[in-house]
Design a protein around this ligand. Structure first.
Ligand code: MG
Ligand code: MG
Length: 255
């Protein structure tokens, strides 16, 4: 069931969104060569604690995970793209790091992900990251009342096609608000004009992610970390967006 949010509720989600955006901005700056993923996890955990926020990941136990998840941020490096379990690993020059963060403040959730290249970036990696960012912006631009979920999906797929990246449809965007995952599901590939009609008060996470040369994924023995099946590098960009009469409002945009 899709739950529409009031203007006041969206404002509360924006408070959470601004916090998520600030922490992700801080993580981008901290993602330097030699920094351990466990240091980044500890940093996020402390920021959440001091803000009085609640991690959506801590104790998260979905059917697919070998849960519960005992971390506050998903950190996915290189061929890992989703649900990356932080582990004892020091970042290396040229690594592609995705940080995905979802928290609640006073009962309202925001979810965002960003991909950063550590140290010197390879041109192919820069291009891949840019594709997910462009796909996200293209999808946000059609998140308008009267449009359909399929318009968002098609916008993402069109950018992927432009860049020549295949699209996996097993994991995509989702409604959110009181919890991290609500209806509707938002595939990263689909047909324009199809699916649920977007209306004011709908709050969704839009999250294009691509692997350079495959649409297939594999899951680590940890039950969490999802990687490209062929080991090719990956990127992921996500924002929490509110559909309003005045157009899409990005609730997790960095200040
Ligand atoms: Mg996320
Ligand atoms: Mg999400």
């Amino acid at each position: 069931m899709v739950e529409l949010k009031s203007t006041a509720e969206i404002a509360r989600m924006r408070v959470t969104g601004e916090f998520v955006a600030s922490v992700l901005t801080e993580l981008r700056a901290r993602a330097q060569v030699g920094v351990n993923l466990l240091e980044l996890e500890a940093y996020v955990r402390e920021r959440i604690r001091e803000r009085g926020a609640v991690s959506c990941y801590w104790d998260y136990s979905p059917s697919f995970g070998r849960g519960p998840f005992r971390n506050t941020v998903c950190l996915s490096v290189n061929d890992a793209v989703l649900h990356g379990l932080p582990f004892d690993y020091a970042l290396r020059d040229g690594d592609v790091l995705t940080a995905d963060l979802a928290v609640g403040i006073d009962g309202w959730v925001a979810d965002s992900a960003t991909t950063v290249i550590v140290g010197a970036a390879a041109e192919a990696d820069t291009r891949l990251v840019r594709a997910t960012e462009e796909a996200l912006e293209a999808a946000i631009s059609v998140a308008l009342p009267g449009n359909r979920i399929g318009d968002i999906s098609a916008a993402i797929a069109r950018i992927a096609q432009t860049y020549g990246y295949p699209v996996n449809t097993e994991f995509g965007g989702h409604g959110l608000g009181r919890t991290m995952h609500e209806d509707p599901h938002i595939p990263n590939h689909g047909r324009a004009g199809r699916g649920y009609t977007l209306r004011p008060g709908l709050t969704i996470a839009i999250e294009p992610w691509f692997a350079r040369t495959t649409d297939r994924i594999i899951t680590d023995p940890d039950g969490w970390t999802i990687r490209s099946a062929d080991g090719s590098r990956t990127a992921h960009s996500e924002h929490t967006v509110a559909i309003t009469e005045a157009g899409p409002q990005v609730l997790t945009r960095a200040a």
